[in-house]
Design a protein around this ligand. Structure first.
Ligand SMILES: *Cc1c(COP(=O)(O)O)cnc(C)c1O
Length: 360
């Protein structure tokens, strides 16, 4: 055990068991006398790793057979351009819901390629809630509707999906990937950067319904063309091999814990502990409306900037690191992804209680 609990929003904690396995296999992966870092991405050994990672992901997420799983690069941010280039090629129109900085960046990028509307936004209240929409809000002609499912910076999450009817729904799930079961059949595509909940940085996983492929604009860069990536089993060029290997270990770890239902139980237990404390505290309060609260990212404040700063300093010194809030929200943010043990949240709540006693 390490002495520090890491509440970083990303890159973030990885399960200790995974890091230990990776360390044990560092010099000699399965008797090959090679590190996974050193082997060809065309080798049998690596082929086994990437295939196993995909199979585990399909099993854990219950991904229907008519969806492709892609291992991509360029971060979630590269998909902000890839999505319009691959899909905004029918009417040339798309609808976006603006629930925070990441949705906004995706929207701004898509505007370069077509007729893009922001159909709803929660900017008026610093993105502290998920705006309500009905099917009438969306353009029937739109090539897709885009949402960010869990808003890492603001700590909101969709508990019910927008009703988009027949319009394909695309979601950025970077910060809630594998945190609980998700019905993939409701989406045309979900994708996420791995560095929040799945692996180290350098990998994006995209899950795309097959009928969505083949619509890309001619100018789409090859590396951003999902169809080409799918036809090449994510091996068009050298993929982030080592990150995919760690991803596979994380998926093994989740399976060992009982899969996504069990993961959700764990995550609910952690989040409820923290939210219950915040709801009853006289000093701290959560910044998100209760019905839209994320299980993964928990922003909170005292309402006094100096006191927030004092708290962050004291918490850091006590081993609760990377807990400073995003500059646009201020205060604190505890990111409690899958790898954060219950004990980490328990200790944080104890620390919060003591700080409250001493500072009220
Ligand atoms: C972190 C994050 C991103 C950005 O990811 P990069 O891999 O750095 O491009 C996008 N969307 C969400 C929801 C995120 O949490």
């Amino acid at each position: 055990m390490r002495d520090v609990f890491n509440f970083s929003a990303g890159p973030s904690m990885l399960p200790e068991e995974v890091l230990k396995t990776a360390a044990a296999e560092m010099l000699d992966y399965h008797g090959s006398q090679q590190s996974v870092m050193e082997m060809s991405h065309r080798s049998k050994l690596f082929d086994g790793i990437i295939k196993e990672a995909e199979a585990l992901l399909r099993e854990l997420m219950n991904i229907p057979d008519n969806y492709k799983v892609l291992f991509l690069q360029g971060g979630a941010s590269a998909q902000f351009s890839a999505i319009p280039l691959n899909f905004m090629n029918g009417s040339g129109k798309a609808d976006y819901i603006i629930t925070g900085q990441w949705a906004k960046k995706a929207y701004e990028e898509a505007k370069k390629y077509g007729n893009v509307r922001a159909v709803a936004s929660s900017k008026d209240k610093t993105f502290s809630y998920i705006p309500k929409t009905t099917s009438k809000d969306f353009d029937k002609d739109a090539d897709y509707v885009y949402i960010c499912l869990n808003n890492t910076i603001y700590g909101t999450v969709y508990k019910t999906l927008p009703d988009t009817g027949d319009i394909p729904l695309i979601a950025d799930i970077s910060s809630c990937f594998l945190s609980e079961p998700l019905d993939i059949s409701k989406f045309a595509m979900v994708y996420g950067g791995a560095q929040k909940n799945v692996a180290p940085a350098g990998l994006v996983i995209a899950i795309i319904r097959e009928d969505m492929l083949g619509k890309a604009r001619d100018i789409t860069p090859t590396m951003l063309n999902y169809k080409i990536m799918a036809e090449n089993d994510s091996l068009y060029n050298t993929p982030p091999c080592y990150t995919i290997y760690i991803c596979k270990l994380v998926l093994d770890w989740i399976k060992g814990l009982g899969g996504l239902e069990a993961m959700k139980e764990r995550n609910l237990k952690k989040a409820n502990l923290l939210y219950d404390f915040l709801d009853n505290s006289k000093l701290f309060k959560g910044t998100v409306v209760p019905e839209d609260r994320s299980l993964m990212n928990v922003p909170f404040v005292t309402g006094n900037e100096e006191l927030d700063e004092k708290f962050v300093k004291a918490a850091t010194a006590a081993g609760f690191v990377n807990i400073k809030g995003h500059r646009t929200v201020g205060g604190m943010r505890a990111s409690i992804y899958n790898a954060m043990p219950y004990e980490g949240v328990q200790k944080l709540v104890e620390f919060l209680k003591n700080f409250e006693k001493e500072n009220l």
